[in-house]
Design a protein around this ligand. Structure first.
Ligand SMILES: Nc1ncnc2c1ncn2[C@@H]1O[C@H](COP(=O)(O)OP(=O)(O)O)[C@@H](O)[C@H]1O
Ligand SMILES: [Mg+2]
Length: 264
């Protein structure tokens, strides 16, 4: 690399650091190393695009830092709170894990198989699944926009403080909450035609006394060859969590029949 190139590179790094810093309202929310990893050039362009369209007005701190995605708190131009989920295009082992949930889904059978395309598909899939779930009247975060690896939803919580997970909540009325989750699962299966496929107390929030189901990128159509197995696993997780919290709880088999309406 020539001296000139080195200088250019340093400059563009500085430029980028500056851009991201001015983008983030709370500069100290993450160290620069992490920010740089999440906001690669393409992601930055996507964010700018959302800003130009008025979909995002401000980005504040990080709500959650997962291995595959980070969720940021933001606001639109009217001050409505947003959850901005950014899938990490640098996540390498991601690809292997995603494939079984993409293959077997006719909605995505024609997509390219390179890592970046798969991650875009993954984000797209989460958006579409949220949309289907919402149309079926399942309580989910409302999907607002999707572009490349960036998904925007309404924020579940208030003033940047996310709603507690089911896992973090002591329920006053576990019976009612359990019943409501089953109702949502039934709607998800029979109306949206989806199986969540990663359901647990970690992917349900409690907000305004109601469960909110989320994290649906891996959710599959009921026609998917593994759908039955995934649904059974979801129900087992739920049963394990609510067992001893709900008296006379239905068995896994009974729940399965209730959720699917006996359909296969
Ligand atoms: N729409 C949202 N509103 C508020 N917080 C959210 C929202 N979506 C996700 N979160 C928070 O971010 C965390 C990670 O989100 P999730 O979709 O589960 O990503 P991952 O794929 O990393 O598990 C959640 O546990 C939740 O606390
Ligand atoms: Mg999750």
């Amino acid at each position: 690399m020539s001296f000139r190139d080195k200088v250019d590179k340093r400059l563009s790094r500085k430029q980028k650091a500056y851009e991201i810093e001015s983008l983030m309202k709370n500069k100290r929310s993450e160290d620069y190393q992490v920010i740089e990893e999440v906001f690669d050039k393409s992601t930055l362009m996507t964010i700018y695009d959302f800003m130009n369209k008025g979909i995002i007005d401000e980005i504040h701190g990080v709500v959650n830092a997962g291995k595959e995605a980070r969720v940021y708190w933001g606001k639109d131009t009217e001050g409505n709170e947003l959850a901005i989920k950014i899938y990490l295009t640098s996540s390498a082992e991601f690809k292997k894990g995603m494939l079984p949930y993409i293959e077997g889904d006719p909605r995505f059978s024609h997509v390219r198989r390179d890592t970046r395309s798969l991650i875009y598909t993954w984000a797209q899939k989460e958006y579409k699944n949220l949309q289907r779930a919402k149309d079926a009247k399942v309580n989910v975060p409302e999907p607002l926009a999707i572009q490349k690896n960036v998904l925007i939803m309404n924020f579940i919580g208030k003033n940047g403080e996310r709603a507690p997970l089911l896992k973090e909540t002591v329920l006053e009325n576990p019976e009612q909450v359990f019943k409501l989750i089953l109702t949502y699962l039934k709607r998800l299966y029979t109306k949206a035609g989806l199986v969540h496929a990663d359901l647990s107390e970690y992917n349900i929030m409690m907000w305004k006394k109601k469960p909110v189901i989320f994290d649906v990128a891996q959710s599959v159509l009921i026609k998917h060859p593994m759908a039955e197995r995934f649904l059974r696993r979801d129900i087992e997780n739920l049963h394990r969590y609510f067992n001893r919290k709900v008296s006379d709880i239905l068995s896994v088999d009974e729940i399965y029949v209730r959720v699917t309406g006996g359909r296969k």
